[in-house]
Design a protein around this ligand. Structure first.
Ligand SMILES: Cc1cc2nc3c(=O)[nH]c(=O)nc-3n(C[C@H](O)[C@H](O)[C@H](O)COP(=O)(O)OP(=O)(O)OC[C@H]3O[C@@H](n4cnc5c(N)ncnc54)[C@H](O)[C@@H]3O)c2cc1C
Length: 329
């Protein structure tokens, strides 16, 4: 365990917000968690890619535990346990290099393995919940390590038991995945079918390459322009609301989803004329309206003001409430 005082966090959050923390604790072995003197106000930090830091923080627990281990395998699948501080995309690459299927659509998502179950990360028609077998965590109150099987994690769209009920009560220490040795492709979403055209014999490595190529054209590089990916979740509306919207906007895109119909929030924001809109040094990304960006030196307050403005404008125009995906701390 390494402790630093008054650490600047600018390079540890992808929004590149300039903030400090009073005590910064780097954990390289999960057993060190037993010796942490937790304050009443702490932040567990992974890759800092789903955060908007709005204040000076008291205590940051920075998880840097590493390790990928094959637990067991059959002719059909492989069970792999990954420590929380491993980079998510490092695990995805490891899995496709072994010709396994299940993680490839989730290629190139920033952040750590330990954060992946929190909001049940998803992209290109896949979600982390589809491959998670169980999640191990440290219970801060009891100081015990516990394991929740997939079903107990209450995974939903960008949500889990860890994001709400167990927030700040536990620290995820490792995740065990079940990946398929049999070819199982999921190409229905995000332009993957068009990308491959007539190509035959597609492998998980090909899908990973395709996802990376598509993501690189759409998403801002966090080294160049600060952002936290999608700032908002997609909107879920009941059928009646969808009918109302369809009557007014016949071309509105929508998908059947748990709890109603999913409408891409990027479409709503763009239709509201806010793509590329700026407030101070904060802005709505001009290539993807779901992403708020730091054009350089933006304060968290500027980004928060902009996000409220976007939410209110969308509500005024469409009567649809959109919710933040990014964690505000
Ligand atoms: C360019 C870009 C693209 C993105 N694309 C996607 C995408 O396609 N799909 C998607 O779902 N997300 C996407 N994201 C969001 C982000 O990558 C994920 O949410 C990721 O899982 C966050 O991981 P992290 O380690 O950076 O978490 P952090 O930002 O460090 O933390 C996020 C939250 O999880 C908590 N947390 C972190 N680690 C732990 C732990 N071990 N135990 C308990 N709590 C913990 C933190 O306290 C915080 O509340 C994108 C972000 C960016 C910047």
């Amino acid at each position: 365990m390494k402790i630093e005082k008054n650490k600047i966090l600018t390079s540890l959050n992808t929004f590149k917000i300039k903030e400090y923390c009073e005590e910064f604790i780097k954990i390289e072995d999960k057993k060190e968690l037993l010796n942490v003197d937790f304050t009443d106000d702490f932040l567990i930090l992974g890759g800092g890619s789903n955060l908007l830091i709005t204040k000076r923080l008291k205590q940051v627990i920075f998880l840097q535990t590493k390790g990928i281990k094959i637990i067991s395998e059959t002719s059909d699948d492989m069970i792999i346990k990954v420590e929380a501080g491993e980079e998510w995309d490092h695990f995805v690459k490891y899995s496709v290099d072994k010709n396994l299927y299940g993680a490839e659509n989730l290629s190139f998502i920033p952040g750590t393995v330990g954060a992946a179950p929190i909001q049940n990360i998803g992209a290109y028609g896949a979600e982390a919940k589809d491959i998670i077998q169980d999640v191990e965590f440290f219970n801060i109150t009891t100081k015990q390590f516990e394991v929740f099987e997939n079903k107990k994690c209450n995974f939903e769209y960008r949500s889990s038991i860890f994001k709400y009920e167990l927030k700040n009560k536990i620290i995820i220490t490792s995740v065990t995945f079940k990946l398929s040795k049999l070819k199982k492709l999921n190409l229905q979403y995000g332009g993957l079918t068009q990308y491959f055209g007539e190509k035959k014999n597609i492998t998980s490595i090909d899908v990973r390459d395709a996802v990376i190529a598509i993501r690189e054209t759409k998403l801002p590089n966090t080294d160049i322009i600060g952002n936290s990916g999608s700032f908002f979740k997609n909107a879920i509306v009941p059928e009646q609301k969808l009918c109302e919207l369809k009557a007014k906007y016949p071309n509105i895109p929508f998908f059947k989803a748990a709890g109603g119909f999913k409408i891409p929030t990027a479409w709503l924001i763009e239709k509201a004329g806010l793509k590329g809109f700026k407030h101070g040094n904060a802005g709505v990304y001009n290539k993807h309206a779901l992403i708020l960006v730091n054009h350089g030196g933006a304060t968290a307050q500027e980004i928060l003001y902009l996000s409220d403005y976007v939410e209110n404008k969308v509500f005024e125009l469409f009567g649809v409430r959109i919710n933040k995906e990014v964690n505000i701390v």
